[in-house]
Design a protein around this ligand. Structure first.
Ligand code: UDX
Length: 437
């Protein structure tokens, strides 16, 4: 099938490459010339494991091209909208400027019976509004809302073998003509048994908001338990193991630590609350305000613990932050708790050096006032305290014995509860975890 993918960021670039891998002829379109030039040269404009190999592989087939020219969408019968919906400046709601602009630019190039597929995370009601606009311009075209659930760091696998497909169509029914078209697009993963659910537009939009809210709630729940554990001397990691053995609860997303960040969970729960407010259903989601507050409290708590580790004052203390990305296997620093903590420590008078295997250039663009060092050994030189804030494997594997001679004071705060506390203590380190004695 001939497919256009509009918006080539974390979502769209991966989606375009994966659709070509599934055998389709794909054109990726974006207004950012730098991004398009990189993708056209089979270079990923951001770090995502296995994406670059996939780009090289599919571009050799000639099935994947990139352009900044929206008229290239004209030859396709299916058009995926994959642009970002960031948080509005100074407000909780989502900024739909990119969705609206992409949609407006695409409309003149639609042909009869084309299918436009929204993948961006949008406030409920957006699909109905866009479908109305489309109906005025090209009444025989269809709009499907098909939310994306990919995780950064696993984006290629999550796109090629997702947990489920959700199709939101105007009548919410299997017999909608766009259902068969999307089934063709995804025929390979569907053939391997991936479940798919056909529903209406608002339900499909809400599925995404609800899924991310649930994940955020799960993380804040265990972080709230960590606060209680700290007050009682209990161990939150053992607590999570024990409650996670209950099938109904499950151990995933129960890792207590510095909390969630990234380009999705924080802004999605805020946009959901804002939208519920507009709809007069704000009471239903007031718990998300608490989820957000628990999450932000983690960042303040790290600063307090770092002060304790440094003997009561941060002034002039050399602190090394291990990890800048919002999670491992990503170079994304959007709302990264690690960086927000590093900036706060710097503001409070410590000298902060940040290291990360992939995210340093993105971090330096956002927080130019921090010091950055690629090499871990150099970054930890003469440190008064180490803070492990993003759990890259190489930081999990650090040898406490080898590090001792490099630092000024062997003190470490394990912001993700991933180190073996007994091993670090045996090597002479002062070890602090979260919600652990
Ligand atoms: C998330 C959703 O998982 C995905 O389905 C959706 O499409 C987009 O948003 P992503 O932002 O890539 O994906 O990251 P995710 O793996 O969900 O992690 C989000 C944040 O939560 C990270 O900062 C991570 O470190 C943190 N986290 C995750 C925890 O603090 N504890 C956990 O137990 C799990």
């Amino acid at each position: 099938m001939r497919i256009s993918v509009i918006g080539c960021g974390y979502l769209g670039a991966v989606h375009a490459a994966c659709m070509a891998k599934l055998g389709h002829e794909v054109v990726g379109i974006d207004v950012d010339e730098r991004k398009i030039a990189a993708l056209a040269a089979a270079k990923a404009p951001f770090y995502e494991p296995s994406l670059e190999d996939l780009l090289v592989e599919v571009q050799k087939t000639g099935r994947l091209t990139f352009t900044t020219d929206m008229s290239a969408a004209a030859g396709s019968s299916v058009h995926f909208i994959c642009v970002g919906t960031p948080q509005k400046k100074g407000e909780n709601g989502a900024d739909l400027a990119f969705v609206d602009a992409a949609f407006a630019a695409l409309l003149p190039h639609l042909s009869e019976d084309d299918v436009v597929v929204g993948k961006s995370t949008v406030p409920v009601g957006t699909a109905a509004r866009l479908a109305q606009l489309m109906n005025e311009r090209q009444p025989s075209a269809h709009l499907v809302w098909n939310p994306e659930f990919l995780r950064e760091g696993h984006a290629v696998a999550d796109t090629l073998q997702p947990d489920r497909f959700v199709y939101g169509v105007s009548n919410g029914s299997e017999d909608h003509p766009a259902v068969a078209v999307l089934d063709d697009v995804y025929s390979q993963p569907l053939a391997t048994g991936t479940p798919r659910l056909v529903t209406d537009h608002p339900t499909a939009e809400l599925v995404k908001a609800a899924a991310n809210s649930f994940l955020a709630t799960k993380i804040s729940f265990i972080n709230a338990m960590a606060e209680v554990c700290e007050a009682t001397g209990a161990d939150v990691t053992q607590l999570a193991d024990a409650i996670g053995m209950d099938d109904r609860i499950g151990r995933k997303f129960l890792h207590a630590g510095i909390g969630f960040g990234g380009g999705c969970l924080p802004k999605d729960i805020r946009a959901f609350m804002a939208r519920a407010g507009e709809l007069g259903a704000d009471q239903a989601l007031t718990f998300l305000r608490e989820v957000d507050a628990i999450n932000m409290r983690r960042r303040t708590r790290v600063v307090e613990l770092a002060r304790e580790l440094c003997g009561g004052s941060l002034l002039g203390k050399r602190i090394t932050v291990l990890g800048a990305a919002f999670k491992p296997e990503s170079d994304d620093v959007r709302d990264s708790p690690a960086l927000s903590i590093a900036a706060q420590l710097q503001l409070q008078g410590s000298v902060v050096t940040v290291t990360d295997p992939k995210a340093l250039s993105n971090a330096a663009r956002r927080f130019p006032e921090l010091h950055y060092q690629e090499d871990t050994d150099k970054a930890v030189q003469k440190a008064d305290a180490l803070l492990l804030l993003t759990e890259w494997q190489e930081y999990r594997d650090l040898d406490p014995y080898a590090l001792t001679s490099l630092v000024t004071s062997p003190s470490i705060l394990d912001g993700r509860n991933v180190l073996d506390a007994a091993k670090w203590r045996a090597a002479g380190w002062t070890y602090r975890g979260f919600g652990r004695p």
